[in-house]
Design a protein. Structure first.
Length: 231
């Protein structure tokens, strides 16, 4: 009886490792469609630069002018074909031609028609954040800049929206709040950046969780051997 219980526990713990390598991502396989800022319902500004930083603080440009963007964990064992790192994306806009009051603003992000949303969960929340990193630094090739990665997913929240697989092949419209409007007004005549991140999800464990799970499995395996030796 004890042997059966221990073997079941070990099998269950091992099964939980099946999450390893799975994505928890949106806006994969980009750029797609348009990446726009819509001001006052009529003025449309195309992003001058788009990109992302991973949790190690590396960005995707490496000086190559790559403008793809992705938010969330790009897994290694599914369609995303990534390295299991979490990414925060960003969008930069030139406001040199913008003058006067800004009463409304929407961020419009293209989601790829195929595999834009790669996630075991039926929906995820995408949150837009202020960016305090200078734009010159943000868009330059970077490695190990974890502070920039954190900046793109924290600070002053501008908006949040729910994204699903049904968003693939569409423009995801995100209505920005009063804090974003104030930031845009302050940036008139210059450039403005916004960051984005997927809210924390239980569908893909964090790397630290895998470490704890591995330690637990090792301990359980030792216990199994001891129990089985006495049976």
């Amino acid at each position: 009886m004890k042997r059966s219980i221990l073997l079941l526990l070990l099998a269950g713990a091992t099964a939980s490792l099946s999450f390893a390598g799975l994505s928890d991502a949106m806006f994969a396989y980009t750029p797609f469609g348009n990446q726009e800022l819509i001001l006052n319902g009529t003025t449309i500004l195309n992003a001058t630069t788009t990109g992302w930083y991973d949790q190690n603080g590396d960005n995707n440009s490496n000086g190559a002018g790559i403008n793809n963007y992705i938010a969330g964990v790009c897994g290694s064992s599914d369609a995303c074909g990534g390295n299991d790192l979490n990414e925060h994306d960003f969008f930069v806009f030139n406001l040199a031609s913008v003058q006067g009051p800004i009463t409304s603003a929407q961020l419009s992000i293209g989601s790829a028609a195929t595999n834009g949303y790669i996630n075991a969960a039926s929906s995820e929340t995408y949150t837009s954040w202020d960016v305090t990193t200078s734009i010159a630094t943000l868009i330059s090739p970077q490695t190990g800049q974890v502070g920039i990665y954190n900046d793109l997913g924290s600070g002053v929240q501008y908006a949040s929206t729910v994204v699903t697989a049904a968003s693939d092949g569409t423009q995801v419209l995100i209505t920005l709040d009063a804090a974003a409007l104030a930031s845009l007004i302050a940036a008139e005549g210059g450039s403005w950046a916004v960051g984005g991140a997927v809210s924390a999800s239980s569908s893909v464990p964090e790397p630290t969780s895998f470490g704890l799970l591995g330690a637990g499995l090792a301990g359980l395996a030792v216990l199994c051997r001891r129990r089985l030796g006495k049976a």
